[in-house]
Ligand binder design. Structure first.
Ligand code: ZN
Length: 284
């Protein structure tokens, strides 16, 4: 299934994108895509409910705004430098174990919402990423068991303010957590929709020009490894997001460096996970 949420900001309802691309409202199921839903086998319960109720579900118009496809999770855990060429362009070593950082979950917006540059931002940058959504609570899970804890996959633009991230003191979190810095979606594809998450093309265009074009086959640390590894340090709750890192081609790595400005358009996509598009707006 492809889980979507739609409607005005803060008033989103749950829906589904069907195989033919049309969208239906499943709010009659009376659950939203949150920790309780994912943690109580909601995906299977929803599939079963659909068997009896799908024909009564209202269609959603194509002009309706898509919100983030999950309710704000307890945390977004991001993985840094998980593609070798990106580590190099960032001037950093390929890490010997996963580099982790947090991104505030308040940064999440819908897939096609505007990205607002923070006040006085000079160095906001793009990062297309494959993100995963946790299904079952995960604490000290083995690599072999890890995939049982994954509910699905989602497209993520891990927007990053490089000055805040790298030139200010302390942790990367400062450059990763500004409002609108986590466009998610268009949908969460449940794991059965994606045959091999480690062979997906991912790309990003800025104003129509391809900046990133890579494949998740180049991930240094695989999805099961990441889930297992992170679960040694914290409990992953249902609905939590892990963003697996960005490939080569960010603005930081260009010579001269190039950063987002008011009026820019980002388009990004991953095989099987759809496409998102954000307009960049200056702070007002
Ligand atoms: Zn990232």
């Amino acid at each position: 299934m492809k889980l979507i949420r739609f409607g005005r900001n803060g008033q989103e309802k749950p829906g589904l994108e069907l195989a033919d691309g049309s969208r239906i409202d499943v709010s009659a199921f009376e659950e939203d895509y949150n920790e309780l839903f994912f943690g109580s086998d909601g995906i299977n319960r929803l599939a079963e409910w659909l068997d009896h109720n799908q024909t009564q579900c209202p269609k959603i118009g194509e002009d309706i705004r898509l919100g983030p496809p999950i309710v704000r999770p307890s945390k977004i855990v991001c993985v840094g430098l998980n593609y070798a060429k990106h580590a190099k362009e960032s001037g950093m070593e390929v890490p010997s174990e996963p580099v982790l950082f947090f991104k505030a979950s308040s940064a999440i917006v819908g897939p096609n919402d505007d990205v607002i540059l923070p006040k006085n931002s000079q160095k906001s940058d793009w990062e297309v990423e494959l993100a995963i959504v946790i299904g079952e609570r995960a604490s000290y899970v083995s690599v072999g068991e890890a995939m049982k804890h994954v509910a699905g996959y989602v497209l993520h633009n891990d927007i990053s303010e490089r000055e805040y991230q790298l030139e200010r003191l302390g942790q990367w979190v400062k450059g990763k957590s500004c409002d609108t810095f986590a466009p998610l979606g268009p949908f969460v594809a449940t794991t059965d929709e994606i045959q091999n998450p480690h062979n997906l093309r991912l790309w990003l265009k800025l104003n129509g020009k391809t900046m990133q074009d890579s494949n998740t086959s180049d991930l240094i640390f695989s999805i099961p490894k990441l889930v297992s590894y992170i679960s040694e340090f914290m409990t992953l709750l249902p609905g939590d997001v892990i963003s697996t890192g960005t490939p080569f081609g960010v603005g930081l790595g260009l010579d001269p460096q190039k950063y987002l400005k008011d009026g820019d358009i980002m388009e990004l996509g991953i095989d099987g996970l759809g496409v998102s598009k954000q307009s960049v707006k200056g702070f007002k």
